[in-house]
Design a protein around this ligand. Structure first.
Ligand code: HAM
Length: 437
């Protein structure tokens, strides 16, 4: 019997693993430099934790099972409910601020397609217990800091920022009853992803009347805060929300990331727990699915049985990100080809023992060094050095001067530039403070 990997999963062969590690290492580095601390949670939880307030879409995508004790459990499709549960359980004793990050492996029983798999990694960055927009600014800044870290410019990717309370207000203004709003938000989230005809069909099926539909779409199409203000003129309680949104955009500008950020009222998010500013990161041309998504979710801690606490954050998946980095040619050489610092070659008979000595010394000094398992000619070993992504090939030779004892020397070839130096004393070389300029 032959087995294949299950559909929507990936086998991480070393070349794929290099990309995953590159992404995860950058996520960790950027989290730490932005002041976030790492946490993790179990990979399965009680099923109800995920169905309680994440919305129908994610509930339909759960891998769930019943354990031998009859407990209904699910593999995590996201980590936000677990984070809310963990923080809620200890909120009074946790050191503040709660600026936490995590890189969970998640599973969703989605229909696999470009950018969406059934198993993926997702960077989560969240701040809990901080009211006010500065917490949202911090999370968005961290997302953009990462984009810059992996060399994605403002021409490559952008953060599209919406505001759920405004969408809710526009629906209320159009007379939508409170109990229908959640379904309407889930529907509006789909609008940018489907054709106009499909959207109208979905809206009619969901019971939205023409007036409600027109009101929501008019807001989604607003391009500036001024336009929103004009559209929603006279509506109570809007002024404060608009002031916050204006202030948020201003601070993003002040922190030097304005060029990455764009107001986009069509962003409402698919998950049901969001309560405030929401955003998604897309490739600039929006030809791929979202790279990241998040926003404020001030009610979730209470919903999972904790005290009221404001919360905000985002999740960024590795799948679309990997596609985008590849498409934009932003993957570093060592991720594409692997990278050794040195590949040490026995240049003539009787030098292999010296090769082993040199390799051991290089490794002890912290350099990535390797050699061929096969005793074969220099040309073949050179080819292996290139294939292994080595920066320098070190060819060991023996030199005999007069009746002096034999000396080992090396030729050092830079495989990136082709430059070569010969007759290097191995002892002198290894005694230098740094071996790679
Ligand atoms: P989400 O929008 O469901 O949000 O997922 C965030 C990101 O995870 C997406 O933009 C995408 O990059 C990635 N992602 C989601 N599903 C898949 C999939 N099936 N395959 C590959 N990548 C995927 C959340 O999960 C929220 N819990 C994020 C959050 C954290 N909100 C606040 N804090």
């Amino acid at each position: 019997m032959k087995f294949k990997a299950v559909k929507g999963t990936r086998d991480f062969y070393p070349d794929v693993m290099r990309l995953r590690n590159y992404i995860v290492d950058a996520w960790r580095r950027v989290s730490l430099r932005n002041g976030f601390e790492e946490y993790d949670a179990p990979i399965f939880e009680y099923l109800d934790l995920f169905t309680i307030k994440s919305g129908d879409e994610i509930a339909e995508q759960l891998f769930h099972f019943t354990d031998r004790g009859g407990r209904r459990l699910a593999i995590r499709p996201e980590i936000t409910p677990s984070l809310a549960r963990m923080v809620a359980a200890k909120i009074n004793t946790l050191p503040r601020p709660i600026k936490w990050f995590s890189v969970p492996r998640l599973c969703r029983a989605e229909n696999p397609q470009k950018g969406r798999l059934r198993e993926f990694f997702q960077w989560n960055v969240d701040i809990i217990g901080v009211d006010g927009i500065q917490a949202d600014v911090e999370c968005i800044f961290t997302a953009v800091d990462f984009l810059r870290e992996v060399k994605l410019t403002a021409d490559d990717a952008c953060v599209r920022i919406g505001c759920r309370p405004l969408t809710v207000a526009s629906l209320e203004m159009a007379g939508m009853p409170e109990d229908k709003i959640e379904a309407a938000l889930a529907l509006l989230d789909k609008r940018p992803k489907v054709t106009a005809e499909v959207f109208i069909k979905l809206a009619t099926a969901a019971g939205l009347d023409e007036k409600q539909l027109a009101a929501a779409c008019a807001l989604q199409d607003c391009k500036s805060i001024k336009e929103i203000q004009e559209l929603m003129d006279g509506r109570e309680n809007i002024a404060g929300i608009l002031d916050d949104l204006r202030e948020l955009m201003k601070r993003l500008e002040q922190m030097g990331i304005g060029d990455y950020c764009q107001l986009d009222m069509s962003i409402v998010r698919g998950l049901a727990y969001y309560t405030g500013v929401v955003y998604e990161v897309f490739d600039r041309k929006q030809s791929l699915r979202a790279v990241a998504g998040g926003g404020r979710y001030d009610k979730l801690l209470e919903i999972v049985g904790g005290p009221a606490a404001s919360a905000t954050g985002f999740g960024m998946g590795d799948v679309v990100l990997g596609i985008l980095l590849d498409e934009k040619g932003k993957l570093p050489e060592d991720v594409l080809a692997g990278m050794l610092d040195f590949f040490v070659i026995d240049g003539e008979d009787g030098t292999f023992e010296k090769v082993l000595e040199v390799v051991a010394a290089l490794r002890t000094r912290g350099y990535a060094a390797d050699y061929s398992f096969k005793r074969q000619n220099i040309g073949k070993q050179m080819r292996e050095a290139n294939r292994r992504g080595a920066r320098l090939a070190m060819i060991i030779k023996k030199e005999q001067q007069g009746d002096q004892p034999e000396e080992f020397t090396a030729s050092l070839k830079n495989l990136l530039t082709g430059e070569q130096r010969d007759g290097i004393s191995i002892t002198d070389f290894l005694n230098q403070p740094t071996l790679i300029p």
